[in-house]
Design a protein. Structure first.
Length: 332
């Protein structure tokens, strides 16, 4: 599993390098500029095309990892047609939401060229909050059917556990996961008024009432410990720090400190953008890298084998991007 994640990361960064070094990015930009003069549409369609081409280039790996391997271990219940349908829907969602996100970011870059790193971080955090807000209501139903749990023997203890820990809700939802997979699980998703408790039908069918409560207690714990809010704050803080240091590595949703250590390798390996404002040069050139390094060393001391494998993958990827950028500058 860690190897698959590392390979996914390397593959994604390799796609970015292909766009950068082959002229594909510039060609796509020029074609879209000829199609429309409206800048937001150019950026939206560029991002959508990028996600589409990236999905095509990495499809063999996706097919092996998510279809053949899952079926080999008896975890996937879908045939190829149903699986492919979910892949296409997921890609379309990524193209639309990714295109909107990039369009908003580039609007910030144009309107605030000197303070884009502040407003870009704020927009990214707000966009992430909106995504978390709409996932259980609009996005999850695209992939899974959900019905309200009516069995009071199961529903009652879950709601009692939730309310005793500050989760105020009267509903528990059952996700039809068995149509896709044999995995068991549950979650507390959403934000504010869209927050809901969900468990999948595999959990109900294969676990005892005590087992269901144990799983749901774990998931409710994420809410009680404010893990969603902490992830949002971490995303904004690290995003702001990396923006100040000038990296052009695209940030994923940061959910653990081990990823902070991984991103440091990219931050150090990838060439930095020029920054002429002398009043913040010492911040971006000295203070932030030292602070990030201290945090990353602390995180590394608490990392296990998987985190070190992820670090090595990011280090190699960052070095590859650095060499690709240097090569493209020499040949330009």
């Amino acid at each position: 599993m860690p190897l698959a994640r590392a390979f996914s990361t390397v593959a994604a960064m390799a796609v970015a390098a292909i766009f950068l070094t082959t002229g594909l990015s510039a060609s796509l930009r020029d074609r879209l500029a000829r199609l429309t003069r409206f800048r937001p549409l150019q950026i939206f369609f560029y991002a959508a095309c990028y996600f589409l081409l990236a999905a095509i280039l990495t499809f063999p790996f996706t097919l092996y990892e998510s279809f053949f391997r899952e079926r080999a271990y008896g975890l996937l219940n879908q045939g190829f047609g149903a699986w492919m349908r979910d892949q296409i829907v997921g890609l379309l969602v990524t193209m639309v939401l990714g295109g909107l996100g990039m369009t908003m970011l580039y609007a910030v870059f144009r309107r605030a060229p000197r303070t884009w790193w502040i407003w870009g971080t704020a927009v990214s955090v707000l966009f992430l909050m909106v995504l978390i807000l709409i996932v259980p209501v609009f996005l999850l139903p695209l992939f899974l059917k959900s019905t309200e749990l009516t069995d009071e023997k199961v529903r009652g203890p879950i709601l009692a556990l939730a309310r005793s820990n500050g989760v105020q809700t009267d509903h528990v939802w059952v996700l039809g996961m068995s149509e896709q997979s044999n995995r068991v699980g549950g979650n507390v998703s959403g934000l504010g008024s869209t927050m809901r408790i969900s468990l999948n039908d595999n959990l109900l069918r294969r676990s005892s009432p005590a087992g269901v409560q144990a799983v749901m207690g774990h998931e409710i714990g994420h809410y009680v410990l404010h893990h969603v809010e902490h992830s949002i704050v971490a995303f904004g803080a690290v995003g702001l720090a990396l923006a100040l240091t000038g990296t052009f590595v695209t940030l994923a949703v940061i959910s653990s400190l081990s990823r902070l250590f991984a991103y440091l390798s990219c931050m150090l390996a990838v060439p930095r953008l020029d920054q002429t404002e002398s009043r913040i040069r010492w911040v971006k050139g000295i203070l932030l890298p030292l602070t990030a390094s201290a945090l990353c060393i602390w995180a590394a001391a608490q990392s296990g084998t998987r985190e070190w494998e992820a670090f090595l993958a990011f280090l190699l990827t960052g070095s590859f991007l650095y060499l690709a950028a240097r090569l493209s500058r020499r040949t330009a």
